[in-house]
Design a binder for this molecule. Structure first.
Ligand code: PSU
Ligand code: MN
Length: 304
């Protein structure tokens, strides 16, 4: 039971020798992207990390075992087999006992990355506060979990299907610092600027590393969130984004969609109504975050 978490030899060696490592989540390819694009994106992300001289550590659960540094075969298994579940922190123990295969959310990935000694993690979008949270209390476990883990997590903000100002309020309450990468416009995942502002921008990976080190020295144990906007040239056209989002929200309300079904439903409508363009943006967003995460991991390793 003590070695329930499996850490690949490559990752273990990199941790011991202070070689930069970037953690990557698996829910993005088990539940966030359609087949066969999901597998391509997952493998390509690892290649890009390696090309930057950084060790990728894709994290997921295979037959109940939380695994830090999935092999390409395991990534393929999680991308292509049926019955792969979505696992947040609270689900990890259940999955272990039931020997489930699962994609780990940002929360579960962050927990496992930290336990393995990894300090930087790139994802697409964070979970956040849902639009009807005043009634439903629906807030992702990503937020309270990241509040307890001293990582650097790179995302493109939260998807605009969530309540962005409420999410920003919760980040403040939970003590999660947010810095924009070269901007104080908080990104809206599909679009570079959600319309909401954050206080601080960092100009380089080195500056982000400096902030993370200061946090550690101060004994602050929450994640530093890096908000990395998609390149404007790759974003969803803003008018299209706003129009399709409004339509998706209205359709969800009309059909009485709620709870866990809301996110997949809205994303599905976005994809359909944009003729698949939202999917291309999703991939561009992820690539950008992986590239920046690799740079930050390298900058941090150089400062230790
Ligand atoms: N946001 C996205 N794509 C995703 C997710 C969030 O744009 O795939 C996934 C991440 O794994 C995130 C999780 O951690 O959804 C949050 O789910 P929940 O709200 O159920 O905690
Ligand atoms: Mn939820």
């Amino acid at each position: 039971m003590t070695d329930l978490v499996r850490i690949s030899d490559e990752v273990r060696d990199a941790v011991e020798r202070s070689i930069p490592i970037l953690a990557l989540e698996s829910t993005i390819f088990t539940h966030g992207l359609p087949r066969p694009r999901n597998l391509e994106v997952a493998l390509e992300a690892e290649e890009r990390v390696r090309a930057a001289g950084v060790v990728p550590a894709t994290i997921g659960v295979v037959v109940g075992r939380p695994t830090v540094g999935l092999s390409p075969t395991e990534i393929e298994r999680l991308s292509t087999s049926d019955g792969v579940v979505k696992l947040s922190v609270r689900d990890l123990a259940v999955a272990a006992a039931k020997r489930l295969d699962g994609g780990t959310t940002v929360a579960a990935t962050a927990l496992l990355a930290h336990r393995a000694g990894i300090r930087v993690f790139s994802t697409g979008g964070l979970g956040g506060v849902h639009r009807d949270a005043q009634q439903t209390f629906d807030e992702s476990a990503d937020l309270p979990t990241l509040a307890t883990l001293p990582l650097v997590v790179v995302s493109a903000g939260v998807k605009s299907i969530l309540d962005i100002p409420l999410t920003l309020e919760r980040l403040e309450t939970l003590g999660l610092a947010v810095v924009g990468f070269r901007t104080t416009d908080y990104p809206g995942f599909y679009i570079a600027d959600s319309g909401y502002d954050i206080e601080y921008a960092a100009q380089s990976a080195a500056e982000i590393a400096e902030i993370a080190l200061a946090r550690d020295v101060l004994g602050i144990s929450s994640t530093l969130l890096v908000a990395n906007p998609v390149d404007v040239s790759s974003q969803l056209p803003v008018e299209l984004h706003d129009e399709v989002l409004a339509r998706a929200l209205a359709e969800a309300a009309r059909r009485g969609i709620s709870g866990h079904d809301t996110t997949p439903f809205l994303l599905d409508v976005m994809q359909r109504e944009t003729g698949g363009r939202s999917l291309d943006v999703n991939v561009a967003v992820y690539r950008g975050n992986v590239a920046l995460g690799a740079e930050i991991a390298a900058a941090l390793a150089g400062r230790r």
